[in-house]
Every structure is written in C-alpha cells, then in structure tokens.
Design a protein around this ligand. Structure first.
Ligand code: AMP
Ligand code: GLY
Length: 442
C-alpha cells in the first residue's frame, strides 16, 4: 500500500487522481493544487493549495505526509525542478528532472537531439536569437511556422497561411517574440493530420498508449485561435482511421530512439511520460513537439481505459521494470469534449469575454465521465475561471455512441460556456480521412 503525492489541478490531474485512488495498492492520495479542484479533493486524503513555483512547499507537503512517490501532472512544476528537489529528499517521481523536461520546455533541445542522433521526424529548422538571417531562411522554404523557444502552452505557435501570409509579417512576429523570449525556432511548415502518441518510459523501456487526436482550434470546423485543446477522441483498436499500424510503429520507434538519445546525451534515465505530437505527412511521420507529461485532454481518453493497475504502472516506471509489466488498455472508443468559458482562447476585450456570471450548473450527464479543470467549488455552486472548465468523456464500443454520450453531457452543463460540437462526429472524421488520402496522394 502506498501514499502518493499528486501535483496539479486540471482535468488531466483529475483523471490521474481517479486512476490512482481506485487502485487497491493506493492507501492515500495527497494533492498539491494551484486551485481547489473539487474532483481531486473528493478522492484525496489531504490537499494543499499553493503555487507551483513554491517548490519547498510542495516538498514539505510530501515529506510531512510520508509519501512513497509523486506523480507530476503539468509541465510548470517539472520546469521548476520539483522532481529534482523531491529526489534530494529520497522521493521518486513519475515525471522527468528539470534537465530532462527540456524535451518539452526547450524546442531547440529536442530538435537538436533528433538531428545529432539522426532520428527521423525533424522538419527543416533553424533557431535564431536575432533577426539576422531569418528572411534568407524563410526564402529557402515553401512555408514556415514560428515558435517561441520556451513554455507557451501551445499558444505561441504561428503558422504561415493561417496566422500570417508574407515574410514581412513573419519578421514582425519574430521581432515581437524575440523581445519576449531569448530564442525562436523557425521551421518548415508541414501538411497532414496530427495525432498524439503518449508513451510511458522508465528510462529504457518505452510503451505506447492508444493514439489520440486532439483539437486545438477554438471553434467548430477547426477555425479560430489555437488553444490548449478543445477535445479529443480515440478508437477501439487504439489506432485512428487516418493512420496505419505502420505509422504507430514508426512513432513508437522514434520515441524509443529519443529515450536512448536522452540517456546517451545526459547520462540520466527519463522516467515519466514522453508525449509526441506527430503529423502524418506525404514524407511519413514528422515530429511537431514532445511534451514531458500526459496530454490535457488526451489523458482523459486513455487513463479510463487502462486495465493495468495505475499504481503498479507508476512503480514500474520508477523502478525501471516496465519491460516486465503488461500494460493493457480496453478496446473502447472515447470522445472527450471540453466545456470552456465562452471567451476561452480569445482576446480579453472580445465580446465573448463579458460574463454576467461565472457560475456553472451540472445537470444529468448520463453515462459520461466528468473531469473538473479550472473550477472552484464555492458555497453557491461551481464557478469557472478563464481556463477550460470541465472535460466530459463518452466511452462506448463505437465512436458514434461515445460522441453522443459526450455531446449529451455537454448540453447538460449550463452557464456562459461553450464547446466544440463537431469533435468525434462522423462528418469531421470523414474530413480527416479525406484530407489524409489527399496528402498521401492516394
Ligand atoms: P506545438 O506546440 O509545437 O505542437 O505547435 C502547436 C500546433 O501548431 C501544432 O499542433 C500544429 O497544429 C501547429 N504546428 C506546429 N509545428 C508545425 C509545423 N512544423 N508545420 C505545421 N504546423 C505546425
Ligand atoms: N493537448 C495538448 C497538450 O496537452 O499540450
């Protein structure tokens, strides 16, 4: 029986908390959160609300409660070095050290690692700390994407054709970013369909979880600004209708090579989640980015399907025994939809950001699972903040039913909130399949 520390307060951490607390091997859960998530609180023995930058407070909380290990949900505490400080106190974690979290926090670290170790999947790229040479590099490519080289929550990436058109506009964006970040990455624009492959790694063994497709754009039809993710789906066979078994094998092979390269480069074993954002393109699988944690929303698609005991899985990651643990997921379809404040992802002065009430009501959600994110349980009910509020998940043998379950649940949540009704619908999935056919030139 173990005592576990969970760091994080989103819907991703709510589903992690559920997976931990339902394990017969979990004696008690201790949760450190930035805001009081009622779903996590309900399954925790004790909670503390504080800042992720207050590492000492997190570590004191872990030590006082004699936890056996920690699970770190979000990237911010990883970037603050919480895993390193816990290790000094003899507490192991599912989550990489600050140095290895560069896999997510430094896009140039990851791109250079793939280049140095000749791992497939890098687009053409260069990074810059001044405007010098950017125009020439842009001229050598058909289209570009500009990314700040730091933690931006997926929101700082701008794509030619979507967010800007010509070199002049690109340079203006680069100039703006260079005033905020030490470096920017300019890379070749890729065309294709994206999917998330969240892998578990004990430093040596890498295990894939079901492939998931997230939806980053704020509005139906993949329009509007990029967000942290509006919802996601997965298929019963753990593939997606536009990817082949071969694509998945290739994705896992890339992540295995990256885990090996990390060890060769740093001498440290990566213990945690290596979540790759891949794009299936004409040229094969290309890597958009790695995250050093589960995806949010994608964790809500895979963890409810996990048949393997999650505490045992965490222990295998920490102890380096993942090779001898069967990791099994049920063969169901999942559809996750995020209920968000109407103004989520939009500029502060957007008319959608003028709320008269931040209160939510949750009606009859049927068989859907409900995972709380940025909400606060107050005496008069549940209030939302400026971030994603509730993730609802439909799970069923077929995607159509999973979609209906999620959509019905979303409609039962009242307040000045919004969602994407198209996620997991046959129409949107058919569009993805057609796009992929066009791209592969079939
Ligand atoms: P990232 O945070 O790097 O995953 O980027 C966020 C989003 O920007 C991705 O999910 C893609 O939709 C888009 N994106 C990033 N890199 C590229 C690229 N090289 N080509 C086309 N789109 C990209
Ligand atoms: N779903 C995007 C992310 O977790 O970064």
């Amino acid at each position: 029986m173990v005592r576990v520390l969970l760091v994080g307060n989103g819907a991703r951490e709510h589903v992690i908390a559920e997976s931990l607390s339902k394990s017969p091997n979990c004696q008690s859960l201790f949760s450190f959160m930035k805001a009081n998530n009622p779903g996590i609180t309900r399954v925790s023995k004790k909670v503390t609300v504080g800042k992720y930058s207050e590492i000492a407070q997190i570590v004191d909380f872990a030590v006082e409660n004699k936890v056996d290990f920690a699970v770190v949900g979000p990237e911010d505490p990883l970037n603050e070095g919480v895993v390193d400080v816990l290790a000094k106190k003899g507490i192991a974690a599912v989550g990489p050290s600050k140095s290895l979290a560069r896999l997510e926090t430094s896009k140039s670290f990851t791109r250079d690692l793939l280049r140095k170790y000749q791992i497939k999947g890098n687009p053409d790229y260069q990074y810059f700390d001044s405007l010098q040479g950017i125009a020439e590099f842009i001229a050598s490519l058909d289209g570009v994407v500009i990314k700040p080289d730091g933690l931006t929550g997926g929101k700082g990436v701008v794509v030619q054709g979507d967010h800007f058109t010509n070199t002049q506009e690109a340079l203006a964006i680069c100039e703006k970013y260079l005033a905020e970040y030490p470096r920017i990455l300019v890379e070749e624009k890729l065309e294709g369909e994206e999917f998330s492959l969240q892998c578990l790694c004990d430093g040596k063994t890498v295990v894939a979880t079901p492939a998931v497709q997230d939806h980053k754009r704020r509005f139906d039809g993949d329009t509007g600004p990029n967000t942290g993710g509006m919802g996601s789906y997965s298929y019963p066979d753990h593939l997606l209708p536009f990817i082949s078994e071969g694509d998945l094998v290739e994705g896992l092979a890339i992540t295995k090579s990256v885990a090996e390269a990390i060890f060769q480069e740093t001498g440290e074993l990566y213990k945690g989640v290596m979540y790759a954002g891949f794009m299936v393109t004409k040229k094969g699988l290309m890597l958009l980015e790695y995250n050093a944690r589960f995806g949010d929303p994608e964790a809500m698609n895979i963890l409810p399907l996990l048949k393997t005991d999650f505490v045992e899985l965490c222990q295998a990651i920490i102890e380096g025994s993942l090779a001898s643990l069967p990791v099994v997921f049920e063969n169901y379809a999942t559809v996750c939809k995020y209920v968000v404040p109407k103004g989520y992802g939009l500029p502060d002065d957007h008319p959608y950001n003028r709320y008269t009430s931040t209160k939510l009501t949750v009606g009859e959600v049927g068989p859907a699972r409900l995972y709380y994110s940025s909400v606060d349980q107050k005496d008069d009910g549940i209030h939302f903040s400026s971030s994603r509020a509730i993730g609802v998940v439909g799970i069923a043998p077929e995607i159509e039913e999973a979609q209906r379950i999620a959509q019905n649940a979303v409609m039962a949540i009242g307040g000045e909130v919004a969602h994407r009704s198209d996620i997991g619908t046959p129409e949107l999935i058919a569009k993805r399949i057609a796009n992929m056919k066009k791209i592969r030139g079939a």
